[in-house]
Write a protein that binds this ligand. Structure first.
Ligand code: SAM
Length: 236
């Protein structure tokens, strides 16, 4: 990942911050926190924390929370919101493959709507880094974009019109996209590919498909389909 991609995310956050600010923590994150507390586990890293909707929640729940993001704007805004709420968490500006924590030290990593921002090789690098940083039995909670998302097909159509590029199978960039973040690389995946390519050394606790309600944007119907993963680093 490059500084250019970090800056592109700064632009996206400048535009979308007011929409995301109001989003509550995802139910899966709330469930994970209950599970961690039940097991007496405390060290959680929010990878690609954005404006910090999950990081603020983790810190408020009394966990030993940290976060990171490639966007300076996101990191700055996340720190401001933590301060404003009187909460403490370390937030660093770094790429997803470069988590600032000792190897084997984390009880959980949350990567919500983050890991698919790149090529398959970059996703592999990030999940390998997460695996290294987790303690044995530590959790990974992550989402992945499915090939069933309408944006996968739309990106393919953009490539056919000469308005985008397929960097490798199912990884697209659509430079002219102004409605969302598709000017940056997105990888679309399947449950089979996830298990085969990304989850070595993890025990999959659940891998479930979630389709959003259909919605209209720029006159077109869209649906997001994502995989929700909860996995554990194998003990040995
Ligand atoms: C869709 S937002 C999700 C934010 C947050 N996880 C949430 O659920 O509210 C994706 C986030 O991933 C960050 N991101 C994208 N590529 C990244 C990378 N290579 N390394 C670290 N963060 C990245 C973006 O800056 C952005 O904040």
């Amino acid at each position: 990942m490059t500084q250019v991609e970090g800056q592109a995310w700064d632009t996206i956050w400048a535009r979308w911050a007011s929409v995301w600010e109001a989003r509550p923590p995802e139910p899966a994150v709330v469930d994970l926190v209950a599970r961690l507390k039940g097991e007496g586990r405390r060290g959680v890293h929010d990878l690609g924390c954005g404006l910090g909707r999950h990081l603020l929640f983790l810190a408020a729940e009394g966990l030993d929370a940290s976060g990171s993001d490639i966007s300076q704007t996101a990191v700055r805004e996340c720190c401001r919101r933590l301060r404003q709420a009187g909460l403490a968490a370390q937030v660093t500006l770094s790429d997803m493959a470069d988590i600032q924590a000792d190897d084997g030290s984390l009880d959980a990593v949350i990567a919500w709507d983050v890991l698919y921002h790149g090529t398959l090789a970059e996703m592999k690098g990030a999940t390998a880094a997460i695996h290294r940083k987790l303690a044995p039995g530590g959790y990974l909670l992550a989402t992945f974009n499915s090939v069933e998302s309408t944006s996968c097909q739309r990106s393919r159509e953009a490539v056919a019109r000469g308005e985008g590029e397929e960097l490798e199978p199912n990884t697209f960039v659509v430079p002219g996209d102004v409605d969302s973040d598709k000017a940056l690389p997105h990888h679309y995946t399947t449950a089979g590919e996830l298990r085969r390519e990304l989850l070595a050394g993890f025990q999959v606790l659940s891998l479930t498909r979630h389709g959003s309600p259909k919605y209209k944007m720029s006159g077109k119907t869209h649906q997001r389909v994502v995989w929700h993963l909860l996995a554990r680093k194998m003990e040995r």
